[in-house]
Design a protein around this ligand. Structure first.
Ligand code: ZN
Ligand code: ZN
Length: 148
């Protein structure tokens, strides 16, 4: 194992196979990237980073693979901004905080009864997203003129 938070490629392959998802090198690399980068990257970011290592990887492949992972429930899609869909390999219930200064999206370990509901007023709940916005810890420590 390369680092404590990431799973080896073999473990990821096993995981995908257990989920009934056909594995390919691209799929494994995309899942590995998401597991190792908990910054909620966009399609563009994932493609940019991975294409250094895999020049043949197209943005469409990254996009389609992420859509497949979302459908299979192993990755969540965050639409905290309308034009900026982000992806998260952590599918356990948690909230997200977006910093309006640096644009970073952070995981928030928020306990909420909203996450517990399976049914509300006869509507069956499939997803629950809690989005918070503001100025992050790092940015609020920085004087305003030093912020990028
Ligand atoms: Zn910030
Ligand atoms: Zn998250």
């Amino acid at each position: 194992m390369s680092d404590e938070s990431g799973l080896s490629i073999d473990k990821l392959r096993e995981y995908l196979e257990n989920e009934g998802i056909h594995t390919s090198y691209h799929r494994l690399k995309i899942l590995e990237y998401l597991r190792n980068h908990r910054t909620h990257p966009t399609v563009e970011r994932i493609h940019k980073e991975l294409s250094r290592e895999i020049p043949t990887l197209s943005k469409t492949t990254v996009y389609n693979t992420l859509k497949l992972f979302v459908r299979e429930g192993i990755v969540s899609e965050l639409t905290i901004e309308e034009k900026e869909v982000r992806y998260d390999a952590d599918t356990k219930p948690h909230a997200h905080f977006k910093c309006i200064e640096c644009g970073g999206v952070y995981d928030i370990a928020l306990e909420s009864p909203l996450f517990e509901h399976e049914m509300i007023e006869g509507h069956k709940i499939a997803e629950c997203h809690i989005y918070l916005k503001g100025v992050c810890n790092d940015c609020s420590k920085m004087p305003k003129n030093k912020r990028s």
